[in-house]
Design a binder for this molecule. Structure first.
Ligand SMILES: [Zn+2]
Length: 392
């Protein structure tokens, strides 16, 4: 098994469809509600206006069940609860993250560029479960709803470069008495009672390139933009040998985005992700590791395992997992693991990209940044031509 971002941990990643600031108080209350209600579901709906107790239902997925719950909430969202094995195998999986999480997410993230910002994201229609009055559990139907988005926070422009057609926003703006650096530009901005309204400003919602476009499908808050900058800052501090400061930044975020010792089940934490890796290996492990065997035959099919009288007992055993909030939580965790693994990280001496791993003085690999490798080769060729030129 290759070394993966999870580094031997069993993770339970809470990935919301709509990115929210983890400093937002209504969102935090809703996450609290969802955590209290979570009972092994793979998807949690947060539905404002839903009355009464959380609703739970399941849909058949071949031999297995896909379990969902809906929780009355203040904000709307859909959260995928993804269990990730130490090898990075994920259940449930989607096109956005695949059956195995990429293990190069951290270097890609550190060098990622925000793409575009909009005053509000484009309108999106999704199918939302609707429950009847007397209905316990199963949703009556799924009804298409167009999601409404509040515009992002308003960031005041600090200065503009009209030649480059670029405006620069700074948070906090000078002179309003907020400490720097900020913790959450998004919520500090929203909660500030009287932000000077006479200056030019732009409501912001940020979209990302590469795999992050799929992981943050609805764009992201300015807080994610800020967290991206903070992760780059932590990496740069670590590269300069300022390890204690770098770890301080990382630990402060992980104290909010990561909870160790959360109770889950063997089915969710181990068995379902293992099926993604190798069905035959998972069945062999059930036989050899947990003694799920029949006197007369091997477990050859998943249906054999499900038919075994001890299957439920083995699957329902409690196991401890690390709960991580958001892809940004996973990226902060990856950054800490990178710092744990290497006493030094570095920057590419050629293009300045953040490098993950102990490769000081060497540049990007081809798979990380083919352009950097190509440019270096071109520079070498140019130099060797010069050195061959006859000198007088
Ligand atoms: Zn480079």
């Amino acid at each position: 098994m290759t070394e993966h971002v999870t580094k031997g941990r069993y993770l339970q990643l809470w990935a919301p469809f709509i990115a929210r600031s983890w400093s937002d108080s209504a969102w935090n209350r809703d996450i609290n509600r969802a955590q209290r209600a979570w009972a092994g579901e793979m998807r949690m709906w947060l539905i404002p206006g839903l009355q009464g107790e959380p609703r739970r239902w399941a849909e058949r997925m071949g031999n297995l069940k896909f379990r969902e719950a809906a929780v009355p909430s203040e904000t709307f969202n859909v959260i995928d609860i993804i269990h990730v094995s130490p090898g990075g195998w994920a259940f449930p999986f989607s096109r956005a993250w695949g059956p195995q999480l990429r293990d190069d997410l951290l270097p890609l993230w550190l060098n990622a560029k925000p793409l575009t910002s909009f005053s509000s994201p484009p309108a999106v229609t999704i199918k939302v479960p609707v429950f009847g009055d007397a209905e316990e559990g199963t949703p009556v139907e799924y009804i298409e709803q167009t999601l409404d988005f509040e515009p992002g926070p308003v960031l005041p422009f600090a200065w503009a470069d009209s030649n480059a057609q670029t405006a620069y926003a700074v948070w906090p703006p000078p002179g309003i008495g907020l400490p720097t650096p900020p913790i959450s530009p998004e919520t500090e901005n929203r909660e500030l009672p009287n932000l000077p309204s006479d200056r030019s400003s732009l409501p912001v919602y940020v979209f990302w390139d590469g795999p992050f476009g799929a992981l943050f499908p609805m764009g992201a808050t300015t807080d994610l933009l800020f967290e991206h900058a903070e992760m780059r800052r932590a990496h740069a501090l670590h590269s300069e040998g300022r390890r204690r400061e770098a770890l301080g930044l990382v630990e402060a975020r992980l104290s909010i985005l990561l909870h160790d010792g959360v109770e889950s089940t063997r089915e969710l934490a181990w068995f379902l992700p293992s099926l993604m890796e190798s069905r035959s290996q998972a069945l062999a492990d059930l036989q050899l590791g947990f003694g799920l065997r029949f006197p007369d035959r091997d477990l050859e099919e998943l249906s054999d395992a499900l038919a075994h009288p001890r299957f439920r007992e083995v699957m329902d055993a409690k196991v401890q997992v690390t709960r991580v909030f958001g892809w940004e939580g996973l990226l902060w965790l990856s950054l800490r693991q990178c710092f744990d693994a290497y006493t030094h990280t570095g920057l590419c001496p050629f293009c300045g990209a953040s490098l993950v791993g102990g490769r000081i003085g060497r540049g990007c690999r081809r798979d990380e940044n083919p352009k950097c490798v190509k440019d270096r080769a071109a520079t070498r060729r140019r130099k060797s031509r010069h050195s061959k030129a006859p000198s007088k």
